[in-house]
Design a protein around this ligand. Structure first.
Ligand code: GLA
Ligand code: ZN
Length: 688
């Protein structure tokens, strides 16, 4: 039975294709809007995100609102079959507001309040800012929530940052009181006896500061959690003012690639649909393999947040204006990059921006319509072409990605790892480590979910725990159960070190994982940048891997307790000691990798074996050249396999199964498929 998610909006059950649109910048020249409507249709665009920074156009003076121009935009959209995600304008506020109510502006960590300027420069706690957004959002909702052109709400813009004003300080204290109940409990959780930091009253507690407290890890961690919660609270506050008028309209906010400051998993529970902004730096190297795999990781992350199709809310039709070097997309790359998002679960392809602004800081950022003002450009043609492709793929909408492998990455683990002072302050490279493990699976075409400790583990056959440094006792127990029940886990060095308060697990690392992996980590050594060691595979090891692999950065000196040793260190005083182990527990297996292996070769070989052994599903059963991946979406009956060539060279893929057709033309395909540089190809196959 075919199994699909409903479309993101029942009003537009097709691929959404469009861009951020700022007609408020062109109100002085109405011909531009008329021309934009013509061009939108020519570009095969059916959706725009509007009003993102339109506060001054909507409320030019306090309490004086001007919605006529927006009425005209939306009515004209509706007449022309164009839909809109309407933004709340809180991503930037008018000058009058900052002048009259300085409290809306953000106070930095150094306790200095910012001046009016740029955007995203506001306090999420400020009562005035909250009131002003309620008034604005209520008016927008009353006027537009039932407009035929409106698909949903785009809340603010790229939420992020933190504020250290007095309002935020007292909100932080309230948050702590609610969490700990008593100051004693807080002192114990934060281990404040260290350096005599014991608090005797809540009013003594402040947010971290460069010239104040910044050494208490538990406090830093709670501050990050608070900032994330407070920002989410602001999001909810904005949504409350919108839902009354039409509870059916979905709400989202545009997120950023594995954004550090906010725990997006908590946001996912509140958002109706996930959307994010992807800006890969293509063509930095001869092969785009690394960049593509990083964005594949992110697409997987955003899909996994709600385990349902997501929106690619922004991407550039050509170049950005903020990367160190902004190269143009080479022929094929626009389609390849956009289809990559679709392959991982996006049901929309949207851009920043529709039309280049004439002035200010983003005037050179790529857009569908350039300063020249007409459609006869390479970029416009690429966009229009993609629109045609997407229009032909509407059966893909609502399909899911059948992942049987997952990588565990908690936000608080990332925060704690990067705050820790330990064996290698010169760089632990947590994010790169996660990416490296993911890349090996991506390149084999294995669908992967990116999960957190609160996710269900039982959906998977293989779970990878790269540097799961902060690991709760319960998570350790869940992992143990998962293995007992037949699952495979791969755990690395620097896992199971601290609990949720950033307090070390006592009684031997990796703490709550010790029984599962069957090892004890006695010492961890940081290696200098130029130091190298190696791991040497034992003859006839159970995985059937051979040879030796260079390791760097971190070497964990472990004792195999119940685990079997697969590889040992090659050098130094710990040569011969275990470096890769496997522990059999219940019906499953737990691998432990003790050191960071250089390059990709080891990970390819290691995960190749694990995927085979655990019977993890791949998107297609054939060999994929380096830099070429295959990604699968399915409804259970019909599979869509996206072949994506990021290798920088031509590549051939030999199909071993019959029944595939070209999803765009319906033509039967077998044998070899040749992909040009930046080539992409979509196969369809019915199971029946
Ligand atoms: C972000 C913002 C947009 C724009 C683009 C430029 O994603 O949301 O407003 O500034 O970056 O790349
Ligand atoms: Zn504040």
């Amino acid at each position: 039975m075919a199994n699909k998610f409903p479309p993101i909006s029942s009003k537009l059950p097709a691929f959404m294709h469009g861009a951020d649109y700022n007609p408020d910048q062109w109100l002085h020249d109405p011909k531009v809007f008329e021309e934009d409507i013509r061009l939108m249709k020519l570009a095969n665009c059916n959706v725009m995100a509007i009003g993102i920074f339109a506060w001054s156009a909507l409320e030019p003076e306090e309490g004086h609102f001007n919605f006529e121009w927006m009425d005209h935009v939306l009515d004209t959209f509706a007449e022309n079959g164009i839909y809109a995600w309407m933004a709340t304008p809180s991503g930037a506020r008018p000058a009058w507001m900052a002048q009259k109510y300085p409290e809306v502006l953000r106070v930095e960590m150094n306790r200095v309040r910012n001046l009016f300027g740029v955007r995203h420069n506001h306090c999420y706690t400020s009562p005035v800012y909250r009131d002003k957004t309620t008034i604005m959002n209520t008016k927008l909702a009353e006027r537009y929530a039932n407009h035929p052109a409106i698909l949903g709400w785009h809340i603010s813009n790229e939420l992020g940052g933190e504020c250290h004003c007095d309002y935020c300080q007292s909100a932080f204290r309230e948050w702590l009181k609610a969490k700990y109940g008593s100051i004693d409990k807080l002192n114990r959780a934060w281990w404040t006896t260290f350096w005599s930091h014991t608090y005797t009253d809540w009013t003594q507690v402040e947010s971290p500061a460069p010239h104040g407290e910044n050494a208490v890890h538990g406090q830093n961690l709670d501050w990050r959690r608070f900032v994330s919660d407070q920002t989410l609270d602001f999001y909810k506050h904005e949504v409350n003012a919108l839902k009354d008028a039409n509870p059916e309209l979905p709400c989202t906010t545009n997120m950023m690639d594995w954004f550090y400051g906010l725990d997006y998993r908590a946001f996912a529970e509140e958002l109706d649909v996930i959307s994010w902004d992807a800006y890969p730096k293509w063509h930095e190297a001869a092969s785009d393999r690394n960049e593509a795999s990083w964005f594949a990781f992110n697409h997987d992350l955003f899909r996994s947040l709600k385990k349902q199709p997501f929106m690619l809310m922004e991407s550039t039709p050509s170049l950005t204006n903020w990367q160190a070097v902004s190269k143009l997309k080479r022929p094929g790359m626009h389609r390849l990059s956009s289809l990559q998002a679709v392959a991982h679960g996006a049901d929309t392809v949207q851009y920043f921006q529709w039309r280049k602004s004439r002035g200010s800081s983003e005037k050179f950022h790529g857009a569908v319509v350039d300063h020249v003002g007409h459609e006869h450009t390479r970029v416009f043609e690429d966009v229009a072409d993609l629109g045609r492709t997407l229009a032909g793929l509407s059966d893909v909408i609502g399909t899911y990605v059948p992942a049987e492998a997952a990588i565990l990455c908690d936000w608080d683990n990332r925060w704690a790892i990067n705050d820790a002072q330990g064996p290698r302050n010169g760089g632990l490279h947590y994010e790169q480590t996660v990416a490296q493990h993911h890349r090996a699976l991506w390149e084999m075409g294995v669908p992967v979910d990116i999960i957190g400790s609160d996710d269900h583990f039982s959906n998977y056959k293989l779970i990878v725990l790269p540097m799961a440094y902060l690991l709760r006792q319960e998570t350790g127990e869940k992992i143990e159960q998962f293995v007992q029940n037949g699952g495979t886990v791969a755990v690395t060095y620097w896992s199971g070190i601290v609990d949720e308060n950033d307090l070390c697990h006592l009684g031997g690392f990796p703490g709550p994982l010790r029984t599962t992996v069957g090892i004890w980590s006695e010492e961890l050594e940081g290696l200098h940048d130029n130091d190298r060691n190696s791991i040497v595979l034992n003859a006839d090891n159970a995985l059937g891997l051979e040879g030796s692999f260079e390791v760097h950065e971190l070497c964990d000196l472990i004792h195999a307790e119940t685990a079997e040793v697969l590889a040992v260190y090659g050098d130094d005083f710990y040569a011969g000691r275990p470096a890769l182990t496997v522990n059999r527990l219940g019906d499953g297996k737990a691998y432990y990798l003790a050191a960071r292996v250089s390059g990709d070769r080891f990970y390819q070989a290691f995960y190749g074996k694990l995927v085979e052994e655990a019977g993890v599903r791949r998107s297609i059963d054939c060999k994929l050249p380096e830099g070429v991946t295959a990604q699968l979406r399915t409804d259970g009956d019909t599979d869509y396999v996206f072949l994506l060539n990021f290798s920088g060279t031509e590549a051939g893929i030999d199909l071993h199964q019959d029944g595939y057709v070209n999803a765009e033309t319906g033509e039967a395909r077998s044998g070899r498929i040749n992909l040009p540089v930046n080539g992409s190809y979509i196969l369809r196959r019915n199971k029946g």
